[in-house]
Ligand binder design. Sequence first.
Ligand code: C2E
Ligand code: MG
Ligand code: MG
Length: 342
Amino acid sequence: MILSQQADVENVQLIANRFISALTAPIVINGRNLYIGVSIGASLYPYDGEDAAHLLRDADAAMYYAKSRGKNNFQMFSVEMHHKSSTRLVLESELRAALEHGQFELYYQPQIGLPGNKLIGVEALIRWHHPQRGLLMPGSFIPMAEETGLIVPIGEWVLREACRQAMEWKEMGLLLRMSVNLSGRQFRQENLLATITQILQATRMDTSMLELEITESVLMEDAESTITRLNNLKAMGLELAIDDFGTGYSSMAYLKRFPVSRLKIDRSFIRDIPHDADDVAITTATIQMAHSLKLEVVAEGVETRAQLQFLQEQGSDLVQGFFFSQPKEAHQLSEMALAGKF
Ligand code: C2E
Ligand code: MG
Ligand code: MG
């Protein structure tokens, strides 16, 4: 929107606020209130830019800033934002190039069954071989990939590569369940089922060997539609796991209706076991609750023997963490597995 002849920044603020109140009022459709959120950014001619391209770019940066401060905000552009928005643009184009030039690699972290410490499966974790910055961990680029939507093609690559690898290992006599992280954006994609079906066929993957990990907060976002989506995935024969359990707000009523096989207790609860009485209580209760819902439990981030021992006593079905192994490159993992090193 162009506001002409607005000498006064405060006036711009007023107009933006009027927009926000108008747009955030509930819309009644079939007797139900629907809400939309709105984030507005603005830049000022001639201070922030002298042509349309610059003004739009700066307003866009301001809009992202407004978004980052929560819903229904307005923000004027400022110079500090400029730096952020150019970093964002660079990262976005680098991510596109990374996909094209094969700079991503999957590492695999063992999931160990208890008792008996048997290697049951692996979780695929993405890494980026950045041409200048070296090996990057997912925390530094997945959020941006989510924001730009690039997580969809990246996630497709991850699924395809993980399935391909699982089948290569199967040929070598190494039968492992393959867990793949699915982002919220991917989970809500209309054509997710078609994409997965296509990948399973192309890689000849055994459907039952594939597990999708979806975080608790993504699942609970729109729990009714989550149930339908999960049922559709389950009907294909896949396994489903709730990732980072305990960090979101789970409704027990929904939890029992989700057709999932496994629940992964977030690493933040495992870290201070057995010293922290609260974490001990939470973990014990979570394992009991999961078992009464007929779900298996995976404890994430197991680093010490004491943690392992506690989890085994409490009946955790699987453990994953540095105590057994860091995430490894594919060839390292299979060498260790075939040598019986887990
Ligand atoms: P996550 O799915 O909860 O994965 C577990 C993370 O914990 C991994 O970090 C793993 O390296 C780390 N970890 C495992 N054991 C230990 C331990 O004993 N101690 C400590 N301190 N850390 C441990 P990573 O690889 O950096 O991945 C971080 C997150 O990035 C993942 O969390 C997942 O949410 C996301 N991610 C990774 N790969 C993908 C992907 O292909 N697609 C999507 N959408 N997200 C991904
Ligand atoms: Mg995970
Ligand atoms: Mg996790």
